[in-house]
Design a protein around this ligand. Structure first.
Ligand SMILES: [Ca+2]
Ligand SMILES: [Ca+2]
Length: 507
């Protein structure tokens, strides 16, 4: 295998020196592609990779691909990746090895799975390369990713799930040079008996080294093995989740801030290495690293801090119902505090006469800021003099949070306005200074109102007069009255008031 690869590199490396290869091209692959590798005419993944020249970009468009014989990156400086903003392509590998890149390359946004029989690795990487936002899973005895040569290989924001072999293999005995790995925000797990998350083994002539930070390494009996092997093995690890390191003659440097707590996964046995709610790895990566996106292409920092491992946990948004203000008979403004913790989302106010709510304000967008922000919304069409239940509801990719229920009470409907005059207030009316001189009634009203004046002689009503009056002093003519003794009562028909009754005599 090694000889074949070298021949390929030499042959295609020579082609790369021709003038035609001087300009880097972008090549497109599609699952059923048979075209020229142009955007409008994609080719197969095999053609896109093996036909690439130095510096080319190879875009793997969404879909399901298969690799049934090892796919060698023929030249260095290739950028092989899924399509931005599109679903991640899935690549099923049935051969012992899958994609094997030459040095100085980048592999990103791809999902590899090997068959149950595989003893190799669906992804093998040469030196001076970057692997990011990749998931790789091996079902056999092989490794999810293997390093091949000299030069630092950075693995970041990626998950590697091993079978009975190590998830990440850094082994001088099976490499062409001295493998050197940097694992940053990596989740490397094996759940098969004997499997480890990371193996660092020196060969007889080649040393092996791995530096691990902000990562989660988890095996069955041991999480990591370090074996001197002759030429030496070294592990440098800090700010990571690791419980057991089995070291046989190697050099292990603990940079501190490691945790021996058990990481919690959604379903590690079933291949889902996302963090389960409550995992101690959430917000526990220590100082922020350089990555900007997690393995799901979510923002790297969600919630309080960066998480250890490839996955950034999507936290539920914060939603706190606030107070009501400007309450009228039919409307109110209610406040709330909402926070997305890093994900974009929406918020609304649900409201109604009971906690079943039934109505909601128009959903409004929330920017992907991490801190809570104060918001407010107007509720309209409310019933007068009634309880209104309301709560804020915030939704992001992390889920939906309902704020606590709160209530407000709308104002009572105002009294019927006095027809044709005056501003009627809801305040109680005071009528004072009522007296009759001749047939003229005088009074003082504390507010504009509609008054009803009833004149009785004994128990018999002889006159009823209704008048709209302004506030203050005023007079009302009672009209003709025969001689005799009367009582006059003054009440307001427009608002609450205490009737005033006074006797008078018409001489
Ligand atoms: Ca976090
Ligand atoms: Ca995530």
């Amino acid at each position: 295998m090694r000889t074949t690869r070298r021949i390929l590199v030499l042959a295609l490396g020579a082609c790369a020196l021709t003038p035609a290869a001087a300009e880097a091209a972008t090549r497109y692959a599609a699952p059923a592609g048979t075209g020229s590798c142009a955007s409008a005419s994609p080719c197969s993944m095999d053609t896109a990779v093996t036909g690439a020249a130095i510096g080319d970009e190879v875009i793997i468009t969404p879909g399901a691909y298969t690799i049934s014989s090892t796919l060698f990156g023929p030249v260095e400086h290739l950028d092989i990746h899924g399509q931005a903003g599109q679903p991640v392509p899935t690549i099923t590998v049935s051969s012992t090895f899958g994609l094997q890149t030459a040095g100085h390359s980048r592999v990103a946004d791809l999902n590899f799975t090997s068959s149950a029989a595989s003893s190799g690795a669906p992804l093998a990487v040469n030196g001076n390369s970057l692997v990011e936002r990749v998931t790789s899973r091996v079902l056999g005895t092989g490794s999810a990713v293997r390093l091949l040569n000299d030069g630092l290989v950075t693995l970041r924001d990626s998950t590697f799930l091993g079978g009975s072999g190590p998830a990440v293999l850094v082994n001088g005995a099976v490499a062409f040079g001295n493998p050197d790995a940097l694992l940053d925000h990596v989740t490397a797990v094996s759940r098969t008996a004997g499997g480890v998350g990371l193996e660092v083994t020196g060969g007889a002539f080649r040393s092996a080294r791995a530096t691990v930070t902000r990562s989660v390494i988890s095996g069955t009996t041991n999480d990591v093995t370090v074996t001197q092997g002759g030429a030496g093995a070294r592990l440098v690890i800090g700010s990571s989740f690791v419980r057991t390191i089995a070291n046989t003659g190697g050099l292990v440097t603990d940079l501190g801030d490691n945790s021996a707590l058990d990481p919690l996964f959604v379903d590690a046995g079933g291949g889902d290495l996302h963090q389960a709610p409550g995992s101690p790895t959430i917000d526990a990566a220590g100082p922020d690293g350089a990555s900007s996106l997690d393995v799901d292409r979510d923002p790297r920092t969600l919630g309080g801090a960066q998480d250890a491992g490839a996955d950034e946990f999507r936290p539920l948004p914060v939603a706190t119902t606030g107070a009501a203000a400007a309450v009228t008979t039919t409307a109110a403004t209610v406040a709330a505090t909402v926070g997305t913790l890093g994900l974009p989302g929406t918020w609304t106010i649900q409201y109604g006469p009971t906690t079943a709510y039934g109505r909601s304000t128009t959903a409004r967008a929330l920017a992907a800021g991490r801190g809570p922000v104060d918001v407010a919304a107007a509720l309209e069409g409310l019933a007068a003099d009634g309880d209104v239940h309301y709560r804020v509801v915030a939704t992001t990719g992390g889920g939906t949070t309902n704020g606590a229920d709160a209530t407000l009470h709308t104002a009572a409907a105002p009294p019927v306005p006095a027809p044709g005059g005056g501003t009627v207030t809801a305040a109680a009316l005071k009528i004072t200074g009522v007296k009759v001189k001749g047939t003229t009634l005088s009074y003082t009203a504390s507010a504009a109102a509609q008054l009803r004046i009833v004149v009785k002689r004994g128990t018999r009503t002889v006159k009823t007069i209704t008048r709209n009056v302004a506030n203050g002093k005023g007079t009302i003519k009672l009209g003709k009255l025969a001689k005799g003794r009367y009582t006059v009562s003054v009440t307001a028909t427009s608002q609450p008031s205490k009737p005033v009754k006074v006797p008078f005599k018409r001489p």
